[in-house]
Design a binder for this molecule. Structure first.
Ligand code: ATP
Length: 450
């Protein structure tokens, strides 16, 4: 089985990600996050949000609605050529493909000839109100940032901000992708974490480099291997319609054909864009509101320029999963029945792992031990995401937890009954230490924050 199939299978088997509407046969490129998936997704969002609103200076948050006036999308350029992909259709099997994804001038499915490229809009249309007439047509947002731009004045005035400052937002976006695929890499409904930095036009180059560095470090600090990460300057003809400069942070995925003539596998996870004054000046023009900023000191009035950092929650989720996935042939413990089996270890960062702690009674047939272990589970539950597991040998249970990235396994054994201690096993080192039950919450919190 290849790596992606293993990731997809683990995700389903252990409750990270399920295909949407699966009992009806699934729904093209939509996925549901299961009990572990939703925890991990929330952890990713929390780490990003804290990074922006706590670590960085002068960034405030926003949660704008998904549905907006259709004029927003006219002003942003999404209803004109800007957000349309060029599509070609196979004359034989009528499958459609993105022109920029094709390496040869024939159909990858049946080898048939292709039509001339045509534009296809990626925005999802919807009808608002009880009557399905044209007046009520709008779109599900294709990027979260437009909600930030249309609130620029509201945020500026209500928070009494001075340039430079940032607004960040996490939310759903929708794109009618022509060629979705590679699991949650390219889907039609996804979440974005976007930060828009408003600054003086003269500052953009310096700030662009600052954000590029910050964003790469974010992944490295969360354990992504350096050799799997790179940032590339996107050539003019490949850039989004609004971008004056664009750097893509790429990850070396186990799929994908070469982009820009490079090595296969490198695909975008985050875009850093210098959007200039494209958005604010267009919204000024279309709305009739003056979105220029007035600098009290210099008496200058101008449309701030925008540096944007934009990453998909789902796409980064996939990166964290793939990068953390390890197989150990024969297992890490030679003394147990794990020998010769393949052991899976999900080395997720402590902040991202969905389950922090598992409570495991050493054996199942001692009612006193089970009772006490359950008490420990209850003690920890308000503080951490904890699992309780008593089924199977202890070695097998450790492996079940390693496979989902649980940071600590606590084993309640016979000595525990005597002295009210238990063992804490570290996922990465497998080292065990004994800790008093009464100190557990404090010790675990310290270890998780270290
Ligand atoms: P691509 O070239 O892969 O289509 P893009 O350049 O259109 O991506 P942006 O518009 O810059 O992407 O969006 C910013 C981020 O949002 C991307 O880096 C990615 O993480 C995420 N994203 C965009 N489209 C999708 C999608 N269809 N599914 C999942 N995530 C997406």
């Amino acid at each position: 089985m290849d790596l992606m199939s293993k990731i997809v299978s683990l995700s389903k088997r252990r409750g990270f990600i399920f295909p949407s509407s699966e009992i009806y046969g699934g729904f093209g490129s939509c996925y549901d996050f299961g009990p572990l998936g939703v925890e991990m997704k929330n952890n990713i969002k929390k780490v990003w949000w804290d990074e922006m609103t706590k670590k960085q200076e002068n960034i405030v948050g926003l949660d704008a609605s998904i549905l907006m006036r259709p004029e927003v999308w006219k002003a942003s350029g999404h209803l004109t050529a800007g957000f349309a992909d060029e599509l070609v259709e196979c004359k034989k099997c009528h499958h459609r493909f993105r022109k920029d994804f094709l390496e040869e001038k024939k159909c990858p499915d049946c080898g048939g000839g292709l039509t001339e490229p045509k534009k296809f809009n990626l925005m999802m249309k919807t009808f608002v109100g009880p009557v399905e007439d044209e007046a009520a047509v709008t779109y599900l947002r294709a990027e979260t940032c437009q909600g930030i731009y249309v609130n620029f004045l509201n945020v500026l005035n209500s928070m009494r901000l001075k340039i430079p400052f940032g607004i960040c937002q996490i939310g759903k976006a929708f794109r009618n992708e022509i060629t979705p695929g590679n699991f949650i890499y390219r889907v039609r409904e996804f979440e974005q974490m976007e930060m828009q930095w408003f600054c003086h036009p003269k500052e953009t180059d310096k700030l662009f480099d600052y954000w590029k560095k910050e964003r790469i470090n974010w992944y490295l600090n969360l354990g992504i291997k350096k050799e799997n990460l790179r940032a590339i300057e996107v050539p003019k003809k490949e850039r989004a319609h609004y971008a004056k400069r664009q750097v893509d942070i790429e990850y070396k995925f186990p799929f994908g054909s070469p982009r820009f003539g490079g090595e296969a596998g490198w695909n975008e996870i985050e875009g850093i864009h210098n959007r200039g004054d494209w958005d604010l000046s267009n919204h000024s023009k279309h709305s009739g509101e003056d979105l220029r900023y007035f600098d009290e000191e210099t008496k200058e009035r101008y449309h701030p320029h925008i540096i944007e950092t934009s990453v998909g929650v789902d796409r980064s989720f996939l990166v964290f999963l793939i990068d953390a996935y390890q197989e150990i042939k024969g297992g890490r413990t030679k003394t147990t029945e794990a020998t010769k089996e393949i052991e899976v270890l999900l080395k997720l960062d402590k902040k991202l792992a969905p389950t922090k702690v598992a409570v495991l009674p050493l054996v199942r047939n001692k009612p006193k031990l089970i009772k006490k272990a359950k008490e420990v589970f209850k003690l920890l539950k308000p503080h951490f995401i904890v699992q309780y597991d008593e089924l199977g040998s202890i070695g097998r249970r450790y492996r079940r937890q390693d496979e989902i990235g649980t940071i600590f396994c606590l084993t309640y054994d016979f000595q525990s009954l005597k002295d009210n201690t238990l063992t804490i096993r570290d996922r990465n080192t497998m080292k065990q230490e004994r800790v008093k039950v009464k100190d557990l919450v404090k010790v675990l919190k310290e270890k998780l924050e270290k």
